[in-house]
Structure formats: structure tokens, C-alpha cells
Ligand binder design. Structure first.
Ligand SMILES: Nc1nc2c(c(=O)[nH]1)N[C@H]1C(S)=C(S)[C@@H](COP(=O)(O)O)O[C@H]1N2
Ligand SMILES: [Mo]
Length: 293
């Protein structure tokens, strides 16, 4: 199948279809579960990016909250929002949303530290390291991404096409550092985690962390909101111009270039938005929970 919007020049023949920089396995097109949520997310993203940095800096904390209200209202409806009991003059959905909104805003307009990025020509091969949760090899047709809210309630079960739907493809060339002392510059293709998470805005409002888990639950990593919403945190589908192989984490893996490789969970099965700091495989085995470098 040929996609005229393709920009990376890869041949999409065979098992995989390449859309922009995105690599998606040839899995059956899933039915669209919630078009309203998606439209909301798209609109929320638009609202968020429409505000320039200068405008943001000028805004007081209070008017920032009003701005957040505008975004939230797209999904929730003003009527619902304004009927909520108030707390300190801030309707409670906004108050509870403030921490995540703060993370979204602070990373969009002041990402803090950024990992160095390189030209794509600097990309190197990378070994396969770590296979916990990758056994047996991926069954692409059966794979689904489960999305869960803070009480473990299921929010979505998405095929890869739905995960990528409506998001902009990103290529990011960064250094992958393993805690064992080796590193490689690699090109990741995928989408920003923040773009994906945008469609769960109303859930993010209530949470401060994310846990990513392999389908068999054998490997799991925890991220705080700032890390998850960092502009360089990706859900990757490709590596060095090729679709991810099973042992590099197909069909979807995490990329967090400010953190050691132990956080870069391969073969994501579940994304859980949580209130409390979630369990992390290597933190339970003595490594620093944050593992930034
Ligand atoms: N599911 C899963 N993801 C994982 C691991 C693992 O054992 N299982 N190991 C991590 C470690 S320690 C590193 S360095 C990177 C290596 O990614 P690569 O195999 O694509 O080089 O994957 C990370 N993600
Ligand atoms: Mo690693």
C-alpha cells in the first residue's frame, strides 16, 4: 500500500505499513471506540498549542487556570463544570487537574532539561538488551494496548492504528544510555506520549503518575507526570528507519532519553494512570526509582 504523505522514503511493501515516520504492524483495523473522546483530545491539543510562550509567561496563575478550564470545557461542557462545588474558588475538577496541567504546561513551555538531539546520520545500531516480558515473540494481530484509570478501571483497548490515530509522527535522534555503561545514538520514530495522553485529559486531571507494563505484567516501569509529559518522551513504533522488531519492543515501546534504558519499556501492554507512585521493576531491585542521568 502506498501512502503519498510518507516522508521517510521507506518501502511500505510487505508486513508493515509506514505512515510518515510511523511504523504500524499490519493488524486488522479496529473499530473506533470513542470518537467523541478523540475529537476532544484533538481540540484540547489545538487549544493548548494555540497559546504562545509570551502569552503563557504573561498569564497569572489564576488566568492559567481559566485557560485550563477552556481546554477542559471542550470535553466536559461548561454546564457540568460550573455546577461542580467550588474549593478555594476553583471548581474542583480544575483544582484536581492542576498538577497534571502544570506538568503539561511546564513541559510545553519550559521543558527544563532536554536531552541532546543528533542528526539522523549519527544513528547507530543498537544491541538487544533485556528480554523480560518479551516471551514468546509478539503476536501482532492479537496485540492491544490497554489503558487504565487510577482505580484500575479500563478506559480503552486499542489496536496500533487507533493508538497512532490523529497524532503527529516524530523522529527523534537521541542517545540511549544503559545503566550497564554502554550507550548508542539511535533514531526513534513514534509519537509524543503527551499527544497520546491528551485524549485522556479528564483522567489525567486526577492522577500524577503513569505505569507502563508488558502484556504479561513481567516488566513494569513508573514515571511521574513531568517525565511522561516531557516533549522527548515517546511511544515509539520504529528504530533507525525500520519498524521495531519483537526483541526491540514491537509494536510499541517507551523512549525517555533523560532516563536510563531500564525505563524504556519494550512491548507496552498496559498504560495505567495512577494517583500514587507505581511499582517499578528495577526500583524494586535497588535502582533509583527516577533513574535519570
Ligand atoms: N520489556 C522489557 N523492556 C525493557 C527491558 C526488558 O528487560 N524488558 N530492558 C530495558 C533495558 S535495561 C534497556 S538498556 C533497553 C534496551 O533496549 P534495546 O533492546 O532496544 O536495545 O530496554 C529496556 N526495556
Ligand atoms: Mo539497560
Amino acid at each position: 500500500m502506498t501512502d503519498p504523505t510518507r516522508t521517510d522514503g521507506h518501502d511500505a511493501a510487505g508486513q508493515d505499513e509506514v505512515v510518515g515516520f510511523l511504523h504500524r504492524a499490519d493488524v486488522p483495523e479496529p473499530t473506533v471506540r470513542d470518537r467523541r473522546a478523540r475529537a476532544f483530545a484533538a481540540q484540547a491539543r489545538e487549544e493548548t498549542t494555540r497559546v504562545s510562550r509570551a502569552t503563557y509567561v504573561q498569564q497569572t496563575r489564576r488566568s492559567l487556570l481559566t485557560g485550563a478550564a477552556g481546554v477542559a470545557a471542550v470535553g466536559l461542557g461548561w454546564g457540568w463544570l460550573l455546577r461542580r462545588p467550588e474549593d478555594g474558588n476553583i471548581p474542583w475538577p480544575l483544582r484536581r487537574g492542576f498538577e497534571w496541567n502544570e506538568a503539561v504546561w511546564s513541559t510545553l513551555y519550559d521543558p527544563g532539561r532536554l536531552a541532546p538531539e543528533f542528526d539522523v546520520s549519527a544513528a547507530e545500531d543498537i544491541r538487544v538488551n533485556g528480554t523480560i516480558g518479551l516471551d514468546p515473540p509478539l503476536d501482532a494481530a492479537a496485540w492491544r494496548l490497554r489503558v487504565e484509570g487510577p482505580d484500575g478501571q479500563p478506559l480503552d483497548e486499542l489496536g496500533l492504528v487507533d493508538v497512532l490515530d490523529g497524532t503527529s509522527p516524530v523522529r527523534q535522534v537521541t542517545e540511549h544510555k544503559c545503566i550497564e555503561g554502554w550507550s548508542n545514538v539511535v533514531a526513534w520514530e513514534g509519537i509524543r506520549f503527551a499527544d497520546f495522553a491528551g485524549r485522556y485529559e479528564s483522567v489525567l486531571a486526577d492522577t500524577g503518575y503513569v505505569q507502563l507494563v508488558t502484556p504479561d505484567e513481567a516488566y513494569y516501569v513508573g514515571l511521574d507526570a513531568d517525565t511522561a509529559m516531557h516533549p522527548q518522551t515517546l511511544l515509539a513504533t520504529g528504530l533507525n528507519g525500520q519498524p521495531l522488531t519483537s526483541d526491540h519492543g514491537a509494536p510499541l515501546r517507551l523512549v525517555t532519553p533523560l532516563h536510563y534504558g531500564i525505563k524504556a519499556l519494550k512491548r507496552i501492554g498496559t498504560i495505567r494512570f495512577t494517583n500514587d507512585r507505581p511499582a517499578d521493576y528495577w526500583a524494586e531491585r535497588g535502582y533509583d526509582w527516577d533513574s535519570s542521568h
